[in-house]
Design a protein around this ligand. Sequence first.
Ligand SMILES: [Zn+2]
Length: 674
Amino acid sequence: MVRCAVLATLAALTPLAPLAAQHHGLDPANLDTTCRPCTDFNRYANGGWLARTQLDAQHASYGSFTELSERNQETLRGIVEQLAATAPAYARTNDEKVGAFYASCMDTATAEATGAKPLVPELARIALIRTTADVVNEVARLHRSGRSALFGFSGGPDFKNSTLTIVNVSQGGLGLPDREYYSRPDSATAAVRASYVQHLSRSLQLLGDAPARADSAAARIVALESAIARLHLTRVQRRDPNANYHKMPLAAADSLTPHLEWRAFLLAAGSPATDSVNVGQPTFFKGLDSLLAATPMADWRAYLRWHYVRPVMSALSAPFVREAFSFQTALTGVKEQQPRWRRCLGATGLALGDPLGQAYVRETFTPAARARAQAMVDNLVAALDDRLHTLEWMGDSTRSQALAKLRAFGKKIGYPDKWRDYSAIVVMRGAYIDNVLRAEVFASARNRERIGKPVDRAEWRMTTPTVNATYSASANDITFPAGILQPPFFDPAADDAVNYGGMGAVIGHEMTHGFDDQGRQFDAAGNLRDWWTPEDAQRFRARADLVARQFDGYTVVDSATHVNGRLTLGEDIADLGGLKIAYAAFQRSLAGKPRPPMIDGFTPEQRFFLAWAQIWRNKSTDQALRNQVLTDSHAPAVWRVSGPLSNLPEFAAAFACKQGDSMVRPDSLRAAIW
Ligand SMILES: [Zn+2]
């Protein structure tokens, strides 16, 4: 890829400022116009920002998403600090619970005095484990208390009967982010592995183990996790919904795992009685059963001790908090902890998502803003409806089902119509770890209660201050929380071009997930059912293959670190389709009106694409990028700018790019799906 000139303005180390207030939508200072847009559009659109922004010690990655979520935190800080100042010792109302939870998190003196004492009783139980039945029972207890030990376990929709909540169990049990970390021979991965072993040993020493004993336990844990990792399907294999769906009667699950009796396990893990379970990956559970039978009890004790402590280390005293962070440094390259108030706001959002969300909405999101966002979603749906009518490669039978699916989309915008009930959670001022442990039990119980019941389609899976959006295949719905309906994604004061290129394309992205290589396998009711003719499915796959090959060709950090185009395929299809639909919706919105004026020398169409690039401006450490290409289904930001745009004739037309330019893929390789 041709590199372009970078503006030589290395500003101070504090450039992570909010958007310039005088420029609504796009700030010309963020561009690098010494670069041709047709050569490297990311550099052209974001070069000014890239040149003056330096990653500070507190960030492994920084971009528009970080910028906005930190701004949302600043809004929340004022609200929550007020609630914390007045919260009583024993909180009763939602506001009091938010205040008391945050106050306990900020109370470092009590955290120091408490240390890891509240963990002692469970650690003592784990030390007494002598049999395989003890191991299984402890795993169930950990699940009941909200820890995802050994494998994943949750209530969720049945892929083939989307109105019913069933038990899903799935591969898990690792302390590193992915199976690849246990086996890759390259030096960067080996360094992370070595750091992990040291981190394990030091963490166990903080719990009181002598160094030699902690070293030996660390080695046992890594050996056991490596054996578990070998049982894992790859992330690419797991993108096939059918590879994760094996619903069976409990007796059949029992014969897969003779050392794990599922009825007893479910009872101990807090599940209501049920007759069947979806064993996500049967080969994993079969292999796990062999490990249950063959692994020495000392290894299991070490493993369970670690997996009990690991998820809550950051809620303990300072030595544990520092140790947990030191491993983040090894994994992502981040050098310094975020200030405690930010970490406490994040934790409050995890524990008390809806009460915090209610407070956020009161402060930031008006009914008028919700109505504007709703109108934009409706315009995007209309544009995709149009497109489905004229899509040249799709036959009429598949087309009519695709239209039915689109028209059945649920739309969740801003905040839930019905908030969750938090009356059962106990929150008190005092030791933070106690609140965290109770919040985990509460979340686990709330999930278990759903099992065997109809799916509540009104429920949200994201909190309202979240800077993200989502599509659910089982619910066939799209969600846009108030947290993302803010600048630079969505700005009521900006021109439509910028709002369509930013938020509009995000909306289009989520809608397209309903029709990406995974989403297309679910029908209008959210059931895993093939509604495609074989010819249309074949034509879809051929188009999708072009996208996968395109992204396979991209690298980050060095020439050996490739994007995995099969892992990022769904997201890449969603970006491509989302931009196409948002652009069409933007053009529809112009019909019958006077043409909008140029702004800062750019046409509305150019501003549309500049807005897309703006939301993906990003700086990341090398470690974070390596981690991303291994574990994240989203391609690195730079390729989310160039990848889809280089397929779009609309982009080439807006900037007068020609065949042969880097930003114009040759016709034979150009991907177009939705
Ligand atoms: Zn996505």
